[in-house]
Each structure stands twice: as C-alpha cells, then as structure tokens.
Design a protein around this ligand. Structure first.
Ligand SMILES: NC(=O)c1ccc[n+]([C@@H]2O[C@H](COP(=O)([O-])OP(=O)(O)OC[C@H]3O[C@@H](n4cnc5c(N)ncnc54)[C@H](OP(=O)(O)O)[C@@H]3O)[C@@H](O)[C@H]2O)c1
Length: 283
C-alpha cells in the first residue's frame, strides 16, 4: 500500500528519453488518486546506467521503468532478475526493495495481453493461429504473453530468420519460424496478426506486408504507438479488420509496475487514453 507520509517517486531511464509518454501517464495517476508523487524522465547514458540504478534507493525512488537502450544491460546490474525477465531477456521495470536491493522484471507482455483483452473483450489467444512479424525485444514480450495465454500456434516471421529461430528455441512452445519471403502466406487462416517490427514507426519505412490472405474476422495489432495508426493498421482497418494500436500496451504495463512500487493498480481510463492520444497526435 502507498505510504501517504512519503512523496512517491518513480521514473523512466532511457537515452534519449524526452520523447517518452510514460511521465504523462504516471503523473495522471498520481493526480487521479490524490497522491503526492512524481514520475520523472531520467536521461541516462549507457555508461551511467549502473550508477543511476544504484542511486534509486538513496534518492527514495520506489523504482523505475527502462526503455531503449537499457533493457538488456540492466540484467547485469540489478541484484535479482525474475523468471519472466530472464525468459524475455530484458527488464522493463526495476523495483527498489526495502533493503535497497534492486529487483528486475518485465511487464511488457502483460501490457500487450491486458490491452488486447480491454480492446477486444472475449479475445482468446487460442482462437486460431497468430502471425507475429518481427523478432526483436517487443516480439519476445508478445510471444511470451501469447504462450502464457495458451496460444496454440504462433507463426514467427522476421527479416533476419536467425533472430526468430532463437526465440523459437528459447521459448520451446508451439512457435514455427517462417522465412521472410513467406510473410504474406503466414497470414493464411490467422486469427491475429501482430506487427512487432519498427516498420511503420515515425521516421521508418512502412511494413511490407500484403493482407490479402488475412481472414476477414482476424484482429490486427501493432505495438508501435507513434504514430497511433501505422500504415499496416490503416490498411487493415480499410479492409474491415478490428485494429489495436500499441498505446494500450504502454498503458497496461504501467499498472503492474504501480502494484510493485506502490501496492496500487490504477485504472486505464478512456480519459487517460485520450490525453495520451492528444499528446502523441500533437507532437
Ligand atoms: N507499445 C509498447 O509498449 C512497446 C514496447 C516495446 C516496443 N515497442 C515498439 O516496437 C517497435 C520495435 O521495438 P523493439 O524494442 O522490439 O526493437 P528491436 O529489438 O530493435 O527489433 C526491431 C525489429 O524490427 C525489425 N526490422 C527493423 N527494420 C526492419 C525493416 N526495414 N524490415 C523488416 N524488419 C525490420 C527487426 O528485424 P531484424 O531482426 O532483421 O533486425 C526486428 O525484428 C518499436 O517501434 C518500439 O517503439 C512498443
């Protein structure tokens, strides 16, 4: 439970970090819950990550989130890495424990799954094959979450096949790796297709993926949230698919972080989504 006699502190470490929308979200929750606290962007160069993480406890931080490029490096710095972060291979959330030691976990997979459930009530991972495009850090969290939720068939496609094969080997679940040239065919009969590549992100080329094989009832999701609608999602929407963008993944990974830092689980409200959308659209 949050201690009402203390100023509650958390933040996000990244390099760069000023683009992050996390402070807007967490500070909304402090205000909504009437708590004295702040969530701050912490611009930390990779060489300074260990010192910055070690400073969390003496500065009175409950913990922090990590973003690019720190998620992997932090694994070698914190005192304990939980099984989830170990399997995903990255830490998204650091918790300062009572004795000042640092515990690292990963909530990105929860963000992805909880968002799908909120956006598409009744969604099930075992509703049919899932095509996951991309095999970077985001993909690892998405694949982990889908397997946790009981996905029976994941078709993993990546430009560099070896990266997809590494995920399939490590996760040892029902993941089949298809070559990049077969990405369009991977959508045949799929219930869900997820873009986890950086293609379609602001400043990046669009994802080169034909949707003609995607069944009409299939859900299309992207983990990118800048822009809110990537060319991939726009094409899926135009074909009549229900689409889910990456903003909700960011919003929903914040809740388990609050649970760990402050013992509270704030709501992902329509008002919060709107504020975040306005901020992203206005950039
Ligand atoms: N919503 C959220 O909370 C959330 C969380 C995590 C990430 N994200 C977003 O997800 C995106 C990916 O992040 P990440 O951390 O997974 O990045 P990452 O680890 O660098 O992985 C990038 C992925 O994109 C692929 N890729 C890059 N350029 C490509 C191209 N031109 N053609 C085809 N594939 C290409 C890479 O393929 P190779 O393996 O061949 O290089 C790799 O699979 C970013 O936009 C990030 O902001 C969002």
């Amino acid at each position: 439970m949050a201690d009402s006699t203390r100023f509650l502190l958390a933040g996000v470490m990244g390099w760069p970090v000023m683009h992050s929308r996390s402070p807007l979200m967490h500070n909304y929750w402090f205000g909504k819950l009437g708590l004295a606290g702040a969530y701050v962007p912490l611009a930390i160069e990779p060489a300074g990550l260990a010192a910055a993480l070690r400073a969390l406890a003496p500065l009175g931080f409950a913990g922090c989130n990590l973003t690019i490029p720190h998620k992997q490096q932090a694994m070698t710095i914190v005192d304990e890495v939980d099984e989830v972060a170990e399997r995903i291979g990255a830490i998204s959330c650091v918790v300062v424990r009572r004795d000042g030691s640092l515990y690292g976990t990963n909530n990105d997979w929860r963000g992805f799954i909880d968002n799908l459930k909120q956006e598409q009530p009744g969604w099930r991972a075992d509703a049919g094959p899932v095509a996951v495009i991309g095999a970077g850090g985001g993909s690892r969290a998405v694949c982990y979450g889908l397997l946790q939720e009981g996905a029976e068939e994941i078709r993993l496609v990546n430009r560099t096949t070896a990266h997809a094969e590494a995920i399939a080997d490590e996760f040892a679940g029902p993941i089949s790796v298809l070559p990049w040239v077969s990405r369009h065919e991977a959508l045949e009969g799929a219930a869900l297709v997820v873009n986890t590549t950086s293609c379609g992100m602001v400043g990046q080329p669009a994802l080169d993926l034909r949707l003609d094989r995607l069944p009409q009832r299939a859900l299309a999701a992207d983990i990118i949230y800048i822009p809110l609608e990537t060319p991939f999602l726009a094409a899926a929407r135009e074909r009549g698919h229900h689409t889910v963008n990456g903003l909700g993944m960011l919003l929903h990974q914040g809740r388990p972080a609050w649970k760990l830092w402050f013992g509270l689980e704030p709501e992902v409200t329509a008002e919060l989504r709107e504020r975040m959308e306005r901020s992203i659209a206005g950039q």
